[in-house]
Design a protein around this ligand. Structure first.
Ligand code: NAP
Length: 455
């Protein structure tokens, strides 16, 4: 296909077509990124930090246009799209404020008269990004890389070409020098060639496990640095002493925000037996009040899924789980009519071996699994090939913290929904990938930790 097509998932209608980048233009973009990398790294860090503040300003000015484009292209609610833009602006300001400190030399005592680690940019970094948070995913990786003095190439998901174009426009409008940030409207078939190109020094993917294996292999073959932020099937462990009303409200928020299309959404609700029936009953009642509809409408709680094939895949997972013995308490069938709508769905008595337990469900489907006690709940939480996030809900936060330490994941929360925050490292273990984004650890991923020894 010579074009990238944006389709409105609320209607199934084509919004716009964007020409794919030709090979000669891709070659020119790579050359621009490599030559800009030299100049950009030589800019004082204070100048680079000021650019981030200017980007935050443009984001806030263009908030409505950017938000509307995301809603139209991938179906998230308008209010959530606006909040995403605000988060990008905050991410820029966080790294403008804290980044210069993170880049200071780290002094280390040794047999030298002076020895230290100098944190230096690697060069050009390729970002391969998903559609579900079309701005935040790209910004949270691009911003620290750029502050560090790297240049960035973005290969965005094919179904959000308008968002990708706007991201480049924001960087340009903010006055970033040419070549520091470029959008590449290309297909995934061009990614391995870019990773292998000697002008590119690293790659960061946020996406599925399948893409992770392909990109990890390409990076390994080319000996390039890589960060992989992949799928998740986060456990939401509810102990018998949890405040039921509050916990159910948070469970519903944690599962259904962003139409359920969130890597760190709570997906497996593992509940201690004594309160499992009450939890399931309240959860079912709460999701029956959620309004499914046009994401541009302010009264909507759940919009459409981003693509028709993703809805089909989700429904297949629900169907296979029911066939294997899960009980469907709410929803469970795609909605009729135009658009890729799937209703809030609740499956109870889900067990290991069922699709809703073993696989990542990327949409508004919650699975309840009953646990004999807290140890059994943690064992069930860890009986997953994923390890992105997880949470424990209890009236005893000290016990909650001890159990959180036992969760096999990259981000464990106690009495809180798993979320990304620029101030805290973010990433997974197991098949959820490797490397960290955000905070001081995130900026380190695409830096050369150069040891300097002075005699
Ligand atoms: P995806 O299909 O893996 O796509 C992500 C990006 O990778 C897109 O730009 C895609 O390009 C590209 N891609 C796909 N296959 C590729 C390949 N073989 N080689 C090179 N590039 C490839 O994932 P998605 O459906 O957009 O996003 C949903 C997934 O992302 C879920 O699994 C979710 O959990 C995960 N996710 C993880 C995080 C995290 O932080 N851990 C955050 C958000 C989402 P095309 O669009 O052109 O195919």
């Amino acid at each position: 296909m010579s074009e990238l097509t944006a389709i409105n998932p609320a209607t199934g209608e084509t919004l716009d077509r964007y020409p794919r980048m030709q090979a000669s233009h891709l070659e020119a973009a790579l050359a621009r990124a490599a030559s800009a990398a030299q100049d950009w790294a030589a800019h004082p860090v204070g100048v680079r930090a000021q650019c981030l503040r200017d980007i935050a300003e443009v984001l806030r000015r263009e908030r409505d246009t950017l938000a509307q484009t995301a809603t139209l292209e991938m179906g998230k609610r308008l209010a959530e799209a606006r909040a995403e833009i605000d988060k990008c602006a905050l991410g820029c300001e966080y790294y403008a404020d804290r980044g210069p400190d993170f880049l200071q030399d780290t002094m280390l005592a040794s047999d030298a008269s002076r020895s230290f680690v100098a944190w230096q940019p690697l060069g050009t970094i390729l970002l391969v990004m998903p559609w579900n948070f079309p701005y935040w995913q790209a910004f949270r990786q691009a911003v620290p890389a750029i502050l560090a003095g790297n240049t960035v190439l973005l290969k965005h998901a094919s179904n959000v070409p308008g968002c990708a174009m706007y991201i480049e426009r924001v960087f340009t409008e903010a006055g970033l020098p040419e070549g520091v940030f470029q959008n590449l409207p290309i297909g995934s078939d061009a990614v391995a060639g870019i990773i292998a190109d000697p002008r590119v020094q690293g790659v960061s993917l946020t996406g599925s496990e399948t893409a992770g294996r392909a990109i990890g292999a390409a990076a390994g073959k080319a000996l390039k640095s890589s960060v992989l932020e992949l799928g998740g099937s986060d456990a939401f462990v509810v102990l018998a002493d949890a405040n039921l009303e509050h916990t159910v409200a948070q469970a519903v928020r944690g599962r259904y925000q962003n139409n359920g299309e969130t890597c760190i959404a709570a997906k497996r609700f593992i509940v201690e037996e004594p309160i499992a029936d009450a939890f399931a009953e309240r959860f079912a009642a709460a999701i029956q009040t959620l309004r499914v509809g046009d994401p541009l409408n302010e009264g909507t709680d759940i919009g459409p899924l981003a693509r028709g094939d993703l809805r089909d895949e989700l429904h297949d997972q629900v169907q296979r789980s029911i066939d294997a013995g899960a009980r469907c308490l709410v929803g469970g069938r795609p909605l009729d009519g135009p658009g890729y709508y799937y209703p809030p769905t609740l499956l109870d008595h889900v067990e290991p071996g069922m699709a809703a337990f073993d696989e990542e469900t990327f949409g508004p489907v919650a699975a309840i699994t009953r646990a004999r006690d807290a140890d059994h709940a943690i064992a069930l939480a860890n009986a997953s090939r994923y390890g992105l996030g997880g949470s424990v809900w209890t009236g005893d936060s000290v016990r909650g913290e001890a159990l959180a330490r036992r969760l096999e994941c990259g981000c464990a929360f106690v009495n809180g929904i798993v979320k990304s925050d620029p101030r805290l490292p973010f990433g997974g273990v197991k098949d959820s990938g490797y490397g960290r984004e955000l905070s001081e650890l995130g900026i380190r991923e695409f830096l050369n930790a150069k040891t300097v020894w002075v005699g």
